[in-house]
Design a protein around this ligand. Structure first.
Ligand SMILES: C[S@@+](CC[C@H](N)C(=O)[O-])C[C@H]1O[C@@H](n2cnc3c(N)ncnc32)[C@H](O)[C@@H]1O
Length: 291
């Protein structure tokens, strides 16, 4: 499937086309050098945002990793490890764990727990260590420029028979309510900023093709969404997402400060309830021996 076919038609084409990187993203041609991690800013509440995301998505991720039989001796690579909750969980199961990220500043605490913390760019660098039983990346591939090359790199790091687990979102459902969609203009403006930085808003579904094209066998996918109530920890993850993107959204001129303030107030209001994105988990096995 071409990237262009996978991008949600509800995205603001006018905004995307007004921006060169966005135009390239639409045609699946984002250059590696152009892709920059959209949340790699000095937003002072980023650690809090990552922690809330972990709370929202970790239970489902842990269910899926548990099904692979993680235990003592399993060699795991956590790509784009963020704040490190999944790397910490893996090591608690007795696994031997490497946590890789562009920014390891939030992973230093894991060194005391026998996690090997490595600074690296999965979008550009081949992995020096290979032979992993499990490689996992959540909310990472959808931020990358050359997604196919990154997935091939992760596959090459697996031992024959090892499993790749990719988790990325499909954003179509986000902010759906029983009455419609909460602040669709704000949602469109946020994803326009992200798409301009190389992000793919339908990547969860695209991961199935990326895993298959990288040569994995037994590729499977499932999705999960959360029902989020305003003012809860889950709701705050979405509010901090908008807060992080606020300067870029205002600079792009697609929403006003008043629209953003209104959206933030609704996300803090327990009378509002909305659907999250769908987190798609794609699992595949590197062909070859199993053990
Ligand atoms: C949205 S966060 C997700 C963090 C974590 N995986 C989670 O789900 O809680 C994306 C993470 O990937 C990292 N990242 C982004 N681009 C990367 C790249 N090219 N190579 C390695 N890590 C990257 C970021 O620094 C960030 O920690």
């Amino acid at each position: 499937m071409r990237v262009a076919e996978a991008i949600d038609t509800e995205l603001p084409w006018a905004v995307l086309l007004a921006n060169t990187a966005g135009r390239a993203a639409m045609h699946g041609m984002v250059e590696v050098s152009r892709a920059r991690y959209v949340f790699g800013t000095d937003f002072e509440r980023e650690a809090e945002r990552l922690a809330l995301g972990e709370r929202l998505w970790d239970p489902g991720t842990i269910d899926r990793l548990t099904a692979l039989g993680i235990g003592p001796g399993t060699r795991c690579l956590e790509v784009g490890a963020g704040r490190g909750s999944i790397a910490a969980w893996l090591v608690e199961q007795g696994a031997s764990v490497t946590a890789l990220d562009l920014d390891t500043s939030r992973l230093e605490w894991l060194r005391d727990r026998d996690v090997s913390v490595v600074r690296g760019d999965i979008g550009a660098d081949d992995l020096s260590e290979t032979g992993y039983d499990v490689v996992h990346a959540r909310l990472v591939v959808q931020h990358l420029g050359d997604r196919a090359a990154a997935v091939r790199r992760m596959c090459a790091a697996l031992r024959p028979g090892g499993h790749l687990v990719l988790e990325d979102t499909d954003t179509a459902s986000l902010f759906s309510t029983a009455a419609g969609v909460l602040h669709p203009d704000v949602k469109r403006a946020a994803y326009a900023v992200m798409t301009g930085a190389g992000y793919h808003p339908r990547c969860g579904l695209l991961d199935i093709d990326l895993a298959t094209e990288a040569g994995l066998a037994d590729v499977r996918a499932d999705g999960r969404a959360e029902v989020v109530t305003g003012g809860t920890d889950q709701g705050r993850w979405f509010a901090l997402w908008l807060e992080h993107l606020r300067p870029a959204m205002l600079a792009a001129g697609e929403v006003t400060a008043a629209q953003l303030d209104h959206a933030m107030a609704d996300l803090a209001d327990p009378r509002h309830r909305w659907l999250s994105q769908v987190m798609v988990t794609v699992t595949g096995r590197r062909p070859g021996e199993t053990r």
